[in-house]
Design a protein around this ligand. Structure first.
Ligand code: TRP
Ligand code: ZN
Length: 899
C-alpha cells in the first residue's frame, strides 16, 4: 500500500478526558464558500488528569485565532499534530476562544458542515464536529450549548439548531440571526444546525403528563405533501415510549429535517433529528409499503435515541452498540407493537431475522468480523455495522428473553436511574439488567467480546419406556480474525415439542413437579459447550421445535427429515419456526439443484441445464407445502408471502463451501419457474383474491395483501407467457400506488414482454422530478435478471446519475454489486473492474460511502480460485491507489490480510 498505514485505536487504551467542558457558545457566519465559526468553551481540568495537556481535535480547518483566558496564543503556545491540537501547562479553569473557517460548499464527505441543494446541514457523529471547530470531540465530554446562527435572510430564511429558539431578528446587509439554546448537556456528536429555504408541517402534541410540545417536519417546498406519515410516526413514537418504557420527551420542541444528500439513514441530534429524505418523504404515489414501514421504524429509532443515546450516551465509540443495539431493539419492538396482532409481530420478527442472516452472518464470517463491542478500529465510521446494530439488538433481545418483559423493564428503569446524564459502557447496561433481575450475567459478557456466529447442534433421544425426551445441545463458534478460540456463550434456546397431531405438548423438565405449569414453550439456558435437557411425561415421540422466535443469534443445526419440516410448516404454533421449516426445506432443495447445475455444466450439458434439471427426480414435498400455505386463508397474507419467498442467492451462497453464483442463480430461477408451473392455478387465484383497487392505505393488513399478490405476480411472470405479461401490464397501468406500480414494472422488466422498454421509459418521465423514485428506477434495472456490467455502465452515463449523491450511488452501484450476484461475479472479472473504479472514484469524494462499497468483496475467499484471483487483483488495484482514505484503507487491508 502506498499510503502510510493509519494508526489503530484500541479499546484497552481508553483514558478519561484531561478537561471537562461546562459551556459552549458558538457563532456561525454562514456562507457556502467560507463559513466563519467562533467558539467559546469553558472547561475545567479533570482532577484525575493533573499535569496533562488540553487536547482538541480538528480536521480540515483553518485556525484563525486561538485565545486562552483572554490571551491570544501564538504558534509557540500549542502544537498541532495528527489532527490534535495540544496546549500544555494550562490552568485548571480555562476559557478558550477559537475562530475557525470551513468550506461547506466543497465538503463532499457530508461530514461536518456541508451544503446540499443550496441549504446548510451538519453531520457530527461520530467525529464530524472536529471539522467545524477544534474541540475535545469525544462522547464522554459533555457541555451545554448556545448557538448563534447568522446568514442571508432571503437565501436562508430558516435557521435551526438544537434545543429552544430564544431570540431572532434582522441584521444589516439583508442578513438575519437566530439564537438557540439546548438546556441539556450533550456530547459534540449530537450538535446540529440547519439553515436554508425550507418549510414545515407542524403540530402541537399533548404528552401524557399534559405538557404540550411542538412537533415539526421540515422539507423543501415541493415536498409538503409527503410529510404526514413521518409526523404520524413521530407521534406514535412519543406515545409508545411513554407507554412501554415510561420515557417522556424532555424538550418543548422536536424537529425532523429531511436532506437529500446524506451518508446514512438518519441522525438523532438533540431535538433536531436530521434524516435522509428516503426515511421521511412518503405519499402513495412515490412510496412503497416497505418505504412506509421503514419511515416509521427510522423515525422511531431516532426519537428513541433521545433516551437511549442522548440522555445516557456512550463513554467511547467502542461502546457504540450500547446505544445502537438497544435503540434498534426498541424500534423493532415499536414496529411490532404498531402492527399489534401476534401474526403481525411474527412477520416483523421474520423480517428482522432475515436481515440479520443475510447481512450480519456473512459479516461475522468475513474479514471485517468484530465483536458487538469491538476491541480496535482504524476508522470508527467503518463500525456502524450490522453487527453493532442488528446483532447488538439481538443481544438486547436476549436480556428480555432471559428476564421476561417485566424484568427487562425493571433493568431499563435501573439503567436510567443510575446513568441519566452520563456517558457509560456496555458493562454498565449489563450490570443494570443483572442487578434489577437479580441474575448472574457474567458469562453473558461474551456476547459483547467474542465475534462470530455460534453454531448450536441439537439432537434428541426418545425413551418410549420412560416417556422421556432428552435434548442435547452442543455449541461452538468458528474462529474470527484475532480470535482463534472461543468460550461458551450464555444462549437462551426456546423449545417446544409437537405431538403426532401437531399440537404443542405441555413441557415438564426432569426434576420438576409434573404439569407444574402448562407452558408449551420453555427457554432453556445453554451455558456449557454441551448440555442435555430431559423432558418427562412425553407420551409419544414428538417433533422438536427448537430456537422458537429465533431466541438467540445462532445457527441451529438439527437433522430434520423433509417430512418433519413439512409437518412443522403445517403445524408449528410458533410462526417463526413455521416459516423457518419452509426455508430449511427450500434451502435443501436449492442446494441440491445448484449441485445438479454444476454437474450438468461439467458433463458438457451447457446447452440446456434446464433439461438436466427437469430430468431430476421430482420432489413434491416443497411444492405441496407451499401450495398448502398459499391456500391457507387462516394465515396472514403477509406471512404467506414470507413463506413463498425462497431464500436469497446470498443466503444460499453462505451455505456453500465454494460459492458458485451462476449455478445458484440458475438453480433458484429453475425452482421459481417450476413452482410457478406447478402452482399456476393456485397462484392465479391468490392474485385475484388479494388484488383490489380500493383507496391506498399502508396499514399492515392491506400491505400484507399487496405483498402476497405481488410475490404471486413475480412467480407468474416466471412463466413469461401472454397471460403473465397482460397481468403485469394491467397492474402497471392501473396501479394507484407505488407498491403495485413498482412490482408490476419489475415483473415486466424481468420478462420478455413487448411493452417492457416503454414501461420503463414512461415510468422515468412520469417521476423525473422525484429523486427517490428515480433511485428505484435505477435499482430495478441494476438488479434485473438481464442486467450485466454493460447495462450498469450505460445507466451510469445516464444524465440523472451521479456518484455525488449517496442515495443515487447506492441505487445503481451498490444495488448491482450487492444485489445481482450472478452478474457482478461475471467470470471475466468485469464486475470487479467496475467495482474498483467506483470505489476509487468515491474514495476521492466521500470516503465513508466508498468504504461501504469496498465491503462488497468481503467474501472473496469463498469463491473459486479463478474468481478469487480476479477479486484479489481488484482489491490490490484499490490498495495501490494514491491518497487512499483511512476508511477505505482499513476495509481493503483487512480484506487482503492473511486469514
Ligand atoms: N447514529 C445514527 C443512527 O443510527 C447513524 C449515524 C452514525 C450516521 N453516523 C452517521 C448518520 C453518519 C449519518 C452520517 O441513528
Ligand atoms: Zn441509531
Amino acid at each position: 500500500m502506498r499510503t502510510d498505514t493509519p494508526p489503530t485505536i484500541y479499546r484497552k487504551d481508553y483514558a478519561a478526558p484531561t478537561y471537562f467542558v461546562d459551556t459552549v457558545e458558538m457563532g456561525f457566519d454562514l456562507e457556502p464558500e467560507l463559513t466563519r465559526v467562533a467558539t467559546r468553551i469553558v472547561m475545567q481540568r479533570n482532577p484525575a488528569a493533573a499535569g496533562r495537556d488540553i487536547e482538541l481535535y480538528g480536521e480540515e480547518l483553518e485556525l484563525v485565532q486561538l485565545r486562552l483566558n483572554g490571551k491570544t496564543l501564538t504558534a509557540r503556545d500549542y502544537r498541532i499534530q495528527g489532527g490534535i491540537l495540544r496546549i500544555a501547562g494550562a490552568p485548571a479553569k480555562v476559557t478558550l476562544e477559537i475562530e475557525t473557517t470551513t468550506q461547506p460548499q466543497r465538503n463532499t464527505s457530508l461530514m461536518g458542515l456541508y451544503v446540499s441543494n443550496g441549504n446548510f446541514f451538519t453531520q457530527c457523529e461520530a467525529e464530524g464536529f472536529r471539522k467545524i471547530t477544534y474541540f475535545p470531540d469525544r462522547p464522554d465530554v459533555m457541555g451545554k450549548y448556545t448557538v448563534m446562527l447568522r446568514a442571508d435572510k432571503k437565501l436562508y430564511p430558516v435557521l435551526l439548531s438544537n434545543g429552544n429558539l430564544i431570540e431572532e431578528g434582522d441584521l444589516p446587509g439583508g442578513r438575519h440571526y437566530a439564537k438557540w439554546e439546548d438546556p441539556f448537556k450533550k456530547p459534540s456528536y449530537l450538535f446540529a444546525l440547519v439553515a436554508g429555504n425550507l418549510v414545515c408541517q407542524e403540530e402541537k402534541y399533548k404528552l401524557q403528563s399534559g405538557r404540550e410540545v411542538l412537533l415539526q417536519v421540515w422539507v423543501e417546498e415541493g415536498n409538503l405533501d409527503k410529510t404526514q406519515h413521518a409526523m404520524d410516526s413521530l407521534k406514535n413514537s412519543i406515545r409508545w415510549d411513554e407507554e412501554r418504557f415510561g420515557l417522556e420527551l424532555d424538550l418543548d420542541r422536536f424537529m425532523i429535517v429531511a436532506v437529500g444528500d446524506f451518508n446514512m439513514g438518519a441522525m438523532e441530534n438533540k431535538g433536531l433529528n436530521i434524516f435522509n429524505t428516503k426515511f421521511v418523504l412518503a405519499n402513495p404515489r412515490i412510496a412503497t409499503d416497505v418505504d412506509y414501514a421503514n419511515i416509521e421504524a427510522v423515525v422511531g429509532h431516532e426519537y428513541f435515541h433521545n433516551w437511549t443515546g442522548n440522555r445516557v450516551t456512550c463513554r467511547d465509540w467502542f461502546q457504540l452498540s450500547l446505544k445502537e443495539g438497544l435503540t434498534v431493539f426498541r424500534d423493532q419492538e415499536f414496529s411490532a407493537d404498531m402492527i399489534g396482532s401476534d401474526s403481525g409481530r411474527a412477520v416483523k420478527r421474520i423480517d428482522d431475522v432475515r436481515v440479520l442472516r443475510q447481512a450480519q452472518f456473512p459479516e461475522d464470517a468475513g474479514p471485517m468480523a468484530h465483536p458487538v463491542r469491538p476491541d480496535s478500529f482504524v476508522e470508527i465510521n467503518n463500525f456502524y455495522t450490522v453487527t453493532v446494530y442488528e446483532k447488538g439488538a439481538e443481544v438486547v433481545r436476549m436480556y428480555q428473553t432471559l428476564l421476561g418483559r417485566d424484568g427487562f423493564r425493571k433493568g431499563m428503569d435501573l439503567y436510567f436511574q443510575r446513568h441519566d446524564g452520563q456517558a457509560v459502557t456496555c458493562d454498565d447496561f449489563r450490570a443494570a439488567m443483572a442487578d434489577a433481575g437479580k441474575r448472574d450475567l457474567k458469562q453473558f459478557e461474551r456476547w459483547y467480546s467474542q465475534a462470530g456466529t455460534p453454531r448450536v447442534a441439537a439432537s434428541v433421544r426418545y425413551d418410549a419406556k420412560a416417556k422421556t425426551l432428552e435434548l442435547t445441545l452442543e455449541q461452538s463458534c468458528p474462529p474470527t480474525p484475532g480470535q482463534k478460540k472461543k468460550l461458551p456463550f450464555h444462549i437462551p434456546v426456546a423449545v417446544g415439542l409437537l405431538d403426532r397431531k401437531g399440537r404443542d405438548l405441555a413441557l415438564t423438565l426432569a426434576g420438576e413437579k409434573t404439569a407444574k405449569s402448562a407452558a408449551t414453550t420453555r427457554v432453556l439456558e445453554l451455558t456449557q459447550a454441551k448440555q442435555s435437557f430431559t423432558f418427562t411425561n412425553v407420551a409419544e415421540k414428538p417433533v422438536p421445535s427448537i430456537l422458537r422466535g429465533f431466541s438467540a443469534p445462532v445457527a441451529l443445526e438439527y437433522d430434520y427429515s423433509d417430512a418433519e419440516l413439512a409437518f412443522l410448516m403445517a403445524h408449528d404454533s410458533d410462526p417463526f419456526n413455521r416459516w423457518e421449516a419452509g426455508q430449511r426445506l427450500a434451502t435443501r432443495r436449492l442446494l441440491s439443484l445448484t449441485i445438479a447445475v454444476q454437474a450438468a455444466r461439467q458433463s458438457g450439458h451447457v446447452v440446456s441445464v434446464d433439461s438436466v434439471l427437469n430430468s431430476l427426480q421430482h420432489d413434491s414435498a416443497l411444492t405441496d407445502a407451499l401450495r398448502a400455505t398459499l391456500n391457507d386463508a387462516s394465515l396472514d397474507p403477509a406471512f404467506r408471502e414470507l413463506v413463498l419467498t425462497l431464500p436469497s442467492e446470498t443466503m444460499i451462497a453462505e451455505q456453500m463451501e465454494v460459492i458458485d453464483p451462476q449455478a445458484i442463480h440458475a438453480a433458484r430461477q429453475f425452482l421459481r419457474r417450476t413452482l410457478a408451473k406447478e402452482l399456476s392455478a393456485d397462484l392465479l387465484k391468490a392474485y385475484r383474491d388479494n388484488h383490489h383497487g380500493g383507496a391506498y392505505s399502508p396499514d399492515a393488513a392491506s400491505s400484507g395483501k399487496r405483498a402476497l399478490k405481488n410475490v404471486v405476480l413475480s412467480y407468474l411472470a416466471e412463466l413469461d407467457d401472454e397471460q403473465a405479461h397482460t397481468l403485469a401490464q394491467q397492474q402497471c397501468d392501473n396501479a394507484n400506488n407505488m407498491t403495485d406500480r413498482l412490482a408490476a414494472l419489475a415483473a415486466l422488466a424481468n420478462s420478455g414482454a413487448t411493452g417492457k422498454r416503454k414501461a420503463l421509459e414512461d415510468f422515468y418521465s412520469e417521476f423525473e422530478q422525484e429523486a427517490l423514485v428515480i433511485d428505484k428506477w435505477f435499482t430495478l434495472q441494476a438488479t434485473a435478471r438481464t442486467a450485466d456490467v454493460e447495462t450498469v455502465r450505460t445507466l451510469a452515463r445516464h444524465p440523472a446519475f451521479t456518484l455525488k449523491n449517496p442515495n443515487r450511488a447506492r441505487s445503481l452501484i451498490f444495488s448491482f454489486c450487492n444485489g445481482n450476484p450472478s452478474a457482478f461475479h461475471a467470470l471475466d472479472g468485469s464486475g470487479y473492474a467496475f467495482w474498483a473504479e467506483q470505489v476509487i472514484a468515491l474514495n476521492g469524494s466521500n470516503p465513508q460511502v466508498a468504504a461501504r462499497l469496498a465491503r462488497s468483496l468481503d467474501r472473496w475467499r469463498k469463491y473459486s480460485p479463478a474468481l478469487q484471483e480476479r477479486m484479489r487483483n481488484a482489491l490490490r488495484q484499490v490498495a495501490d491507489t494514491p491518497k487512499l482514505s483511512r476508511d477505505v484503507a482499513e476495509v481493503i487491508t483487512k480484506s487482503l490480510a492473511d486469514k
